[in-house]
Design a protein around this ligand. Structure first.
Ligand SMILES: NC(=O)c1ccc[n+]([C@@H]2O[C@H](COP(=O)([O-])OP(=O)(O)OC[C@H]3O[C@@H](n4cnc5c(N)ncnc54)[C@H](OP(=O)(O)O)[C@@H]3O)[C@@H](O)[C@H]2O)c1
Length: 223
């Protein structure tokens, strides 16, 4: 990581008190990256950050979502789809010129299992892009399991992370961020208009997980 520009950056994880945000933050901190967790409650973020700093020996701090977004060079959105648009709209000024990584899957659950919610903009990532015209919005980390990310006994995670976006440099950086997690490879997966399928694929993975009692990931072959 020493030669990557990521080593000079702060990675903010909004919604960083939930399983997915905590899991990603754990892996980034373990890779030696500077991480700040965001939450609607600064106290909750600080408590989760202290736990992760102790567990990883890395640099993890906490703040409210606006404070974490302000400190981040890369800002990950790791909140439920329910609160996504509201949070993004509220933080638009502080996210200006930043790389914003949308990790949100617009999914619902009923008796038949997971299903994809209709998003007027086409996907959660496109919704963020519409609300953040002055930010560099990238979609990533949709298909990686929080259970695996959070499990300290899992040394390496056998999955690719599809990275979608309009900004080549931002996508390359987020591919590097994904690849900082042992076992994971970041792979450019197309422009933002192709984010919907990546988000939706998580419904299939959850169905596979439930059937086989596993934590499935994806791999791109011949690459
Ligand atoms: N869990 C997985 O395995 C997984 C895998 C891939 C992708 N994802 C995606 O990652 C995102 C987070 O997943 P998760 O399982 O960690 O979700 P979660 O636990 O339900 O939510 C994460 C955090 O978001 C904050 N939050 C909750 N409701 C909010 C609202 N209305 N507005 C703003 N913030 C809110 C909460 O933190 P505070 O109360 O501290 O603010 C919560 O701890 C989801 O979009 C999910 O689709 C999850």
């Amino acid at each position: 990581m020493a030669e990557s520009p990521l080593s000079q950056m702060t990675i903010a994880v909004l919604g960083g008190t939930g399983p997915q945000g905590r899991g990603l933050a754990r892996r980034f901190a373990a890779a030696g990256l500077n991480v700040v967790l965001g939450s609607r409650s600064a106290e909750r973020a600080e408590a989760a950050a202290a736990d992760l700093a102790e567990a990883t020996g890395g640099t993890v701090t906490g703040a409210d979502n606006a404070g974490a977004a302000a400190r981040g060079d890369l800002v990950l959105l790791v909140v439920p789809f329910d609160g996504h648009a509201e949070l993004v709209a509220e933080l638009a000024p502080v996210l200006t010129d930043k790389i914003v990584v949308d990790c949100v899957n617009p999914l619902g659950f009923d008796k038949q299992g997971p299903f994809v919610l209709d998003v007027p903009e086409g996907s959660a990532a496109q919704q963020a892009a519409a609300l953040l015209p002055a930010s560099r919005v990238v979609g990533a980390f949709h298909n990686v399991s929080a259970v695996l990310l959070e499990d300290p006994a899992v040394a390496s995670i056998d999955t690719d992370v599809l990275v979608v976006g309009e900004d080549r440099e931002a996508c390359d950086l987020v591919c590097d961020l994904a690849s900082a997690i042992p076992g994971v490879r970041g792979v450019f997966g197309g422009r933002l208009r192709n984010a919907g399928q990546v988000e939706a694929l998580t419904a299939n993975l959850i169905a596979i997980n439930r059937r086989h009692k596993i934590h499935a990931g994806i791999r791109i072959t011949d690459l």
